[in-house]
Design a protein around this ligand. Sequence first.
Ligand code: SAH
Ligand code: SF4
Ligand code: F3S
Length: 448
Amino acid sequence: MIPTKRLHVITWGCQMNVYDSGRMADVLAPLGYGPTSEPDGADMVILNTCHIRDKASEKVFSELGRLRLLKEASGNRMVLAVAGCVAQAEGAEILARAPYVDIVLGPQTYHRLPEMVARAARAGNKVIETDFPPEDKFDHLPDSATPQGVTAFLTIQEGCDKFCSFCVVPYTRGAEQSRSAAAILREAAHLVGQGAREITLLGQNVNAWHGEAPDGSIWGLGRLLRELADVPDLLRLRYATSHPRDMTDDLIGAHRDIPALMPFLHLPVQSGSDRILAAMNRKHTADDFRRIVDRLRDARPGLALSSDFIVGHPGETEADFEATMTLVRDIGFAMAYSFKYSSRPGTPAAGAPGQVSEAGKDQRLQALQALLRDQQTAFNAGCTGLDLPVLFTGPGRHPGQIAGRSPFLQPVHLSGNASLIGTEAMVRIVANHPNSLAGTLVQERRSA
Ligand code: SAH
Ligand code: SF4
Ligand code: F3S
């Protein structure tokens, strides 16, 4: 279908929001909406929001203020929708403070977008859909219309039942829900048909996935990965984000048995202090995490890790913070994300005693980030001189260059022919930068 209307989607937050934005574009395609890279002149703009940390709603209202001007310039014809986790958490508030918004929708309702657009089209109608609907949105979505490219995301699990003290996700995304294995295998084959060679399975707690198998039994993530590894032309698999508590024996075994499962795992630990881990309701200790990492590294020698950290959770002392630094030194991360604790309304930690001062959080974050940065630099430097299999994902920055991805998710740049895009080959790494590697082609290895 040739698009007759222009859709611009602004995406904030996690990879699941990136996936959701793509799927919202897919459901709107049959209505004649095609993507446009600028909000200016768009017939519809969707702001897909994130509620995870500080100032989430202020950021939304300031962006909406900017979009309001564009909407007015369009003679108010532009349809303005707010989606994602801020929409879920503050739906009514958004319409009250920004009455020029037409549609507010939570992450569980975007399959109903066409009907919402029709309702909003009746002059003056405001649409708000933030209930958790009884039907499964995935059963009501068309196949993705726009290819994601050589690397693709596939959401297999949503929601969270873990209720960490600091986190809004269980409230914005609801209870844990797993898609069926058949639906996932079908979507994976569809993505590969569109050119995907690497698929990252997504979920707020992706390793809590336990979906219905074709024979009616229940599979865990390890089993699902084994099945996906057999999808023809699918060269690489990853999954994110995991919780240490759900690293089962079978899943660790999958890292030993499945060559396509990349030797790089994002496994958030948040803190290295048992006191703080307990206060966070993580239900594991720092040593539990060390043991899981040991078992993973036994299963897959050379496996590299990334993680998430929060500094300044209520009650965190200098000694607790030092325990986090010790854990980081013990494990050695290839990369990591670290954040200052941010109080989220409605979460248990928000009202907890022992809130840490902003200055204290700043200091700890700086120290932690310096250590993590050194580890990342050392990890990248250790790649120089190695031959790594690289999946080529697209053209490079300069003519004659292509870009790709190492097994450890590092961007790799090299001279090469665009015909290599979508294939994997050995690359000798010749230089390392803070966030990427440079290499030269060794030989073609595997192609789809
Ligand atoms: N489900 C994933 C993470 C989801 S949120 C998990 O359990 O690990 C992504 C990251 O944001 C978290 O790992 C945490 O480090 C950070 N985060 C979540 N809530 C936060 C808060 N209130 N303040 C600071 N960082 C937070
Ligand atoms: Fe949030 Fe914890 Fe659930 Fe992760 S496991 S989404 S941090 S509540
Ligand atoms: Fe943000 Fe919602 Fe993802 S709060 S991190 S967009 S699940």
